[in-house]
Every structure is written in structure tokens, then in C-alpha cells.
Design a protein around this ligand. Structure first.
Ligand code: MN
Length: 556
């Protein structure tokens, strides 16, 4: 079957437009049947949780804790996956009859993971049983210390083991364990916690429907952690998205009421990515993540309203500080490098808020098309850095050969974090430039924008945008489609404040409203008319009417 025939078959099978079925073929659908799991959200796609190594052991662990009435503490992480997974565990274990306390790490006090100070706090609080979630798989020393304090430890994690031996916990659940047969290696921590509770409920005869109220939290963790949206992750996120409009969890009700924007009875991945996740991550960036977890677990209407207000305050503050540090960083960049930008930007200053340096690094990396590290030098002379990549640059690969420079470090290809003595920053600049050369990295200012499909504007209408929702959630490995349309006439062209451009894109008898955010350099091309546009199509509500709006990404 050719791709054209396949698209036609899929379109007929599901009564959708050819454009939608062409997108599915691009997503790797090979037969008409394979399109079913994309378009029919009810087809179950869940693996047996007992395929996960140590599942029975983990269940016995909490059964024993419940029976012996142990003092149980859940310890998570300060990002949304760490917070959501803690909330799912605390909530669903309590429903099951095991009341657990919780504690989260704080960026401003010890940072990621289980520090000696935290362990002491847990010991003082009388913790006998520790459930580590979204952390723990590499915490060999810390878990050894916890065991020496007489605590029992369960690890529920989704990160890769270090390769230098596992911690001596009583049980470890992690899809990346050697000989773990669980097929989905891309679960986030909230996903692993959910699978664990599913197995626990199943084995102890508690109705699985009782777990459904926690599914929206799985959606939050999965989308916020940007794990690949494979079949099971799609299925879990979709179940969670469907639950938002009628959840009996107070926090989810409030998130839905206040932030489920686009329309009734539907929460989009955009709502989660751009509204809910930043709000719930804000306290962790400003003071500490506890408010967010309290909010997610709160059962009191009055109290939750005030917790929500605090989330909003933190988020407003976060936005202001982020803008401010961004401006300062751009100025500092000019101070350090003048007009002669290196391949890797290392921008340091005294005491920038470490909660937002990661977001600022991401913005500058994108604006300057260069890998960027934003460094905040603390009063004790230790510099805390957050780094984001651009193009092909590999941060993990660049930091590893220089690891003797760092007090602690960790990261992936696209993002990394490290602590370094302030006096080593200039040495770091030289080393990173060397690493960029070794990697053969060159900044490309005019990146060519990749598009998925060439379309004619007449195919882009509200009925297509409604169909497109069937491919939700969009995210890692299921990106929102980008289109190319050729020979577009430009009408009613306007330059708005802030360098945004607005016009009507006209092709034949179709005319669609279009906007280019922050792209003043496109004004010349657009004013000439007859352009080839690369764009996303999004629904836009204006004066109560929903219409298509093209978000212009480039002109070719
Ligand atoms: Mn995580």
C-alpha cells in the first residue's frame, strides 16, 4: 500500500479528513488498524504492572508497614513529576489504609536528593519507613545511611541506575533495572507510582476504579517531565485528561475550573504544559515545593482556595524575576563577550535566583542558538549553574571530560546542572569552547524550520482543528504538527508593539488570520506578499467566536 492509499484507508475507516490521516502516516502508522489506538482513546494500552521487577516485594513492603503501623514518610522531588508522584502515593496509600507523611527537597536548602541534613530531619521526625519517589536509584550512600538509622527503604524511580551498583534498599521499582521486563521504559515517576498502586490495589482486592481520581496527576507528571509519548504514556495521559472535568479530587477540580481554557469538557496538553505545570512548579522555584503538594492533597474547600492564591502569587513572582534575570543576563553577556560571541555562552552573576536560572538558560540558548549556562555565584563562593543546549551540542558529553572542575554535576544531552567553585568559571569557559570544537558544534543563526506537511489553506479550518484534538496529548515524540503552504498573499499587514506581526494569509478563496510573535525580521518578506509560510494552526477565541489562527514560524 502506498502512503496515499494508506491515508485514504485510514480516513475512510475513522471518517476523518485526509489531512489528519496523512499526519498519522507521518507519525509512523503502517496499517489502517494501527491508526485505531491513535483515534480511539478507549482502546486499552496498559502493560501488566507485575512485569515490573520487584513488584511483589514492593507490595509486601507496604503491606508489612501497614500491618505493623510503621511511621511512613514519602520523599519526592521539587519538580512537578516529583510532586505529582508524591501526591499519588500519599493519597492512594491513605485510601488503602496506610497514612504516610511526606517531605520534599528544596532547591534553596540542600537541593536535589536525600541530603545528610534531610535524613537527620526524617530521623528526628521518627521515620521508620521511607518511600523515595522520583529519586533514589543513584542514592547509594544516602540509602546506606538511612539503613544505618534503622529505616526501611522502598525506591520508586524512573531514572537510569549509575552503573556502579544499586543502593541497598529493601525494594526498588524502576523500569531501567537490569532484567526488568516492564516494556515501557519511558514512564515518569508518577507513572511508575501509578503502576505500583495499580498492582497493590489489584493484589489486595481494592477496586481499581478507586485509583482513577489520581489519573490527572499522572498526566501532569508525564507531560511536565517531557517523557516520550509512547502508546502506554499516551493512554495514561488521555485517561487523566478525560478525568479533569469530573474529578472528585478538589485540586484537580480547581485546576480545571481556573486553567482549563480552551473549551468545556476538555483539557488540552497546552493547558497542562503552559498553564498548570508552570503554576505548580513556581513554589519550588521561589521558596519550596511544599505548597504545591499541600494543594494537590488538600480536601478542604476554604483552605485550598488560599493555597491556590499562594500558587498564583509564586507564579507571578517567578515571572517577574525570570524577566528581570533574563534582561540582566543579556546585559552581562555583552559585558563578558562584546560583539564576539563564543560557541558556548557561560553567563555568571552574583546570587541570581537559582529557581529560575534554568528557564533563563533555555530562553537565551534559543535566542542566541548557542548552548548556554547561567551561573549564580552564592555568597559562599560556590557557583550554581543550570545549562541548556542548542543545536547538536551535548552538555553531558561536554561536562564529563571536565568533571574534576565540579563539586557536583549531572545531566543529559539537552540539559545539565552543576556546582563549581567561582574561581574556576573562566577555566570552564575555555574548556567548554574546546569541547564545542571537539564536538564539531557550530551555531546556526538561521535554522531552517522543519515542517511536517505541505497543505493548501483550504484544508485548515475549525473542523480540522477539532479533529486534531484526537491526536492529543502533544509533547515529546508527538509534536504539534507544523505545515507549509505555498504562494500565500498577505493582506492587512500590521506591525504590532513588541515586534509582533499580524495579517491575513490568503490563498485562493481562503483567508485566515495569522500572527508572527516576536519576528520583526519577517516584516520585509511578508510585505512583499506571495510567500511560502511555515506555521502551526491553533484555535483562537475572539469576541466569543472560535476561529483558526495561523501561528507563523517562518517564511521560505
Ligand atoms: Mn521525574
Amino acid at each position: 500500500m502506498t502512503n496515499a492509499q494508506l491515508s485514504l484507508e485510514i480516513a475512510k475507516r475513522h471518517k476523518v479528513s485526509i489531512l489528519l490521516s496523512r499526519i498519522l502516516v507521518l507519525r509512523g502508522v503502517k496499517t489502517p488498524e494501527e491508526s485505531d489506538i491513535w483515534l480511539n482513546w478507549d482502546i486499552p494500552c496498559e502493560h501488566d504492572p507485575f512485569l515490573m521487577k520487584n513488584m511483589d516485594k514492593a507490595i509486601d513492603f507496604v503491606l508489612a508497614a501497614r500491618e505493623r503501623k510503621k511511621k511512613v514518610w514519602i520523599y519526592g522531588d521539587y519538580d512537578l513529576d516529583g510532586i505529582s508522584s508524591s501526591a499519588i502515593l500519599a493519597g492512594a496509600l491513605e485510601d488503602w489504609g496506610l497514612v504516610a507523611n511526606w517531605m520534599l527537597p528544596n532547591r534553596f536548602d540542600g537541593g536535589y536528593g536525600l541530603s545528610a541534613g534531610t535524613l537527620q530531619k526524617l530521623q528526628n521526625a521518627g521515620a521508620e519507613v521511607l518511600i523515595l519517589v522520583d529519586t533514589g536509584i543513584t542514592a547509594k550512600e544516602e540509602i546506606k545511611a538511612a539503613k544505618e538509622f534503622g529505616m526501611q527503604v522502598l525506591v520508586i524511580d524512573h531514572h537510569r541506575p549509575s552503573g556502579e551498583g544499586l543502593p541497598e534498599a529493601d525494594a526498588i521499582l524502576d523500569p531501567f533495572l537490569e532484567d526488568c521486563e516492564y516494556p515501557n521504559k519511558c514512564l515518569c515517576a508518577a507513572g511508575v507510582a501509578y503502576k505500583f498502586l495499580y498492582a497493590l490495589y489489584q493484589k489486595t482486592g481494592k477496586p481499581l476504579s478507586d485509583l482513577e481520581r489520581y489519573l490527572p496527576l499522572v498526566s501532569l507528571g508525564t507531560l511536565a517531565d517531557i517523557v516520550p509519548l509512547n502508546a502506554e504514556n499516551l493512554f495514561l495521559v488521555r485517561k487523566g485528561m478525560n478525568k479533569f472535568p469530573h474529578s472528585d479530587c478538589l485540586a484537580i477540580q480547581i485546576l480545571y475550573e481556573k486553567l482549563g481554557t480552551t473549551e468545556k469538557n476538555f483539557v488540552s496538553s497546552n493547558d497542562i504544559h503552559y498553564r498548570m505545570a508552570p503554576l505548580l512548579n513556581a513554589p519550588g522555584r521561589m521558596e519550596g515545593p511544599d505548597i504545591s503538594l499541600k494543594f494537590l492533597l488538600c480536601k478542604d474547600r476554604e483552605e485550598i482556595e488560599s493555597l491556590y492564591e499562594r500558587l498564583v502569587e509564586c507564579n507571578t513572582k517567578r515571572r517577574t524575576i525570570e524577566l528581570d534575570i533574563h534582561q540582566q543576563a543579556v546585559k552581562r553577556l555583552e559585558e563578558i563577550y562584546g560583539n564576539n560571541l563564543p560557541k558556548v555562552l557561560i553567563i555568571d552573576s552574583l546570587e541570581w535566583s537559582i529557581g529560575v536560572i534554568g528557564i533563563v538558560a533555555a530562553r537565551i540558548a534559543q535566542e542566541y542558538k548557542r548552548p548556554t549556562a547561567i551561573i549564580s555565584v552564592q555568597s559562599n563562593g560556590i557557583a550554581v549553574a543550570s545549562a541548556r543546549s542548542a543545536g547538536s551540542f551535548n552538555w553531558h558529553g561536554a561536562l564529563f571530560p571536565c568533571r574534576s572542575l565540579f563539586l557536583r554535576w549531572g545531566g543529559h544531552i539537552k540539559a545539565a546542572g552543576f556546582n563549581i567553585p567561582a574561581e574556576k568559571i573562566s577555566e570552564l569557559r575555555t574548556s567548554m569552547e574546546e569541547q564545542a570544537n571537539i564536538q564539531g558544534f557550530e551555531p546556526v543563526m538561521e535554522e531552517c524550520i522543519k515542517y511536517d506537511l505541505e497543505v493548501s489553506l483550504s484544508e485548515i479550518n475549525m473542523s480540522f482543528l477539532n479533529e486534531l484534538k484526537k491526536l492529543e496529548p502533544f509533547g515529546n515524540e508527538n509534536s504539534y504538527p507544523i505545515f507549509l503552504a505555498r504562494q500565500i498573499a498577505v493582506r492587512s499587514f500590521k506591525i504590532l508593539r513588541g515586534g509582533h506581526l499580524r495579517f491575513y494569509a490568503v490563498q485562493g478563496r481562503t483567508s485566515l488570520s495569522a500572527v508572527a510573535f516576536n519576528k520583526p525580521h519577517l516584516a520585509n518578506f511578508l510585505q512583499k506578499g506571495n510567500v511560502n509560510l511555515i506555521f502551526e494552526a491553533r484555535p483562537n477565541v475572539y469576541q466569543g467566536v472560535e476561529n483558526v489562527q495561523l501561528i507563523v514560524l517562518g517564511v521560505v
